[in-house]
Design a protein around this ligand. Structure first.
Ligand code: AMP
Ligand code: TRP
Length: 327
């Protein structure tokens, strides 16, 4: 049994990319591990957020965790800012992170590109992510491929802290899905599907109505050929749709290719939409039920209490070793 931790930012509508790259694995891992899944609101504010939108999205992501099948009896579900230790360990680790390490982070470069002013929080974000993971002594971190570099820094920081202050932190491993680790955009297969893309046609939101997502999938960009074949280099758009089909239907890439042999893109896209609707309809129904009940607040309060207990223990051990006068 491993300690597992992961988080998703409440910075927009969750997409099929989040589901396939992250949440599917959360649900799988909860049965045999000690899991902590949080909504990382402190990370979301590293780019500007409207207060009302942040509030709504935070609750929405937490409800989606449950709607997608995370069971609060098996896993601890909580909001990052409800556990004060995150901000505090984040600061302690920031003082131990080198500028050069942060300058190399490609997510920072991507998010800062073309912006006139960028908050310092966006730059030190990876130290906060390391704190999230190290507080819980997590051994396994299920994430999509885009988080690989942040995880590598987390490992380096764990080792650096252990060398400097004595063995304390578990050095975590990533858990990155073989299929669907990078779900690409529907309008441009060179970019990852992202909830922060200004074109809603580029992503499938988990809460898109069946009509909307059918339309989005029928308009998804494809090449001018007509063979449903999996060649990520030569046919990146169709290959992306094949991966989405495989992940949503729980079948292999080969199964999908075999099934659509000799058929055109039109039929493939129509059946893909059926598969996505079949997956999302029950999730959306459960989501609406959760939002209408009062259970969520109770689950989150309970989750924060359980998480704080583990997190405070690690934080206090470290502070003592670092030479802080303890109260
Ligand atoms: P974020 O939306 O950036 O908070 O990401 C939450 C989780 O979803 C992380 O583990 C990401 O790696 C994963 N994720 C986000 N977008 C994608 C995508 N297009 N493909 C695969 N995984 C993704
Ligand atoms: N940085 C992650 C993302 O953008 C979200 C995140 C924050 C996270 N803290 C984490 C993921 C801890 C895993 C573990 O997707």
């Amino acid at each position: 049994m491993a300690r597992v931790l992961s988080g998703i930012q409440p910075s927009g509508q969750l997409t099929l990319g989040n589901y396939i790259g992250a949440m599917l694995n959360f649900v799988k891992l909860q049965h045999e591990n000690d899991c902590y899944f949080m909504v990382v609101d402190l990370h979301a504010i590293t780019v500007p957020q409207e207060p009302e939108a942040l509030l709504e999205q935070t609750e929405s992501v937490a409800a989606l965790y449950l709607a997608c099948g995370i069971d609060p009896k098996l896993a601890t579900v909580f909001i990052q800012s409800h556990v004060r230790a995150h901000a505090e360990l984040g600061w302690l680790l920031t003082t131990m992170t080198y500028m050069g390490e942060l300058e190399r982070m490609t997510q920072f470069k991507d998010k800062a590109m073309g912006k006139d002013s960028v908050g310092a929080g966006l730059f030190v974000y990876p130290s906060l992510m390391a704190a999230d993971i190290l507080l819980y002594q997590a051994g396994l971190v299920p994430v999509g491929d885009d988080q690989r570099q942040h995880l590598e820094l987390t490992r380096d920081l764990a080792i650096r802290m252990n060398n400097r202050f004595g063995e304390l932190f578990t050095v975590p491993d990533g858990y990155i899905p073989p299929v669907g680790k990078r779900v690409m955009s529907l309008d441009d297969a060179s970019k990852k599907m992202s909830k922060s893309n200004p074109n809603p046609g580029s992503y499938i939101a988990l809460l898109d109505s069946p009509d909307v997502l059918r339309k989005k999938l029928s308009r998804a960009v494809t090449d001018s050929g007509r063979e449903v074949q999996y060649h990520p280099e030569e046919k990146p758009e169709v290959s992306n749709l094949i991966s989405i089909y495989a992940a949503c239907a729980g079948v292999s890439i080969e199964d999908v290719v075999r099934r659509f042999e000799g058929q055109g893109y039109g039929n493939f896209k129509k059946e893909l939409a059926d598969v996505v609707v079949t997956l999302l309809e029950p999730i959306q129904k459960k989501y609406r039920d959760i939002r209408e009940s009062n259970d969520l607040r109770v689950i989150l309060r309970d989750g924060a209490a359980r998480a704080s207990e583990v997190a405070d223990k690690t934080l206090n051990q470290l502070k003592e070793r670092m030479g802080f006068l303890m109260p």
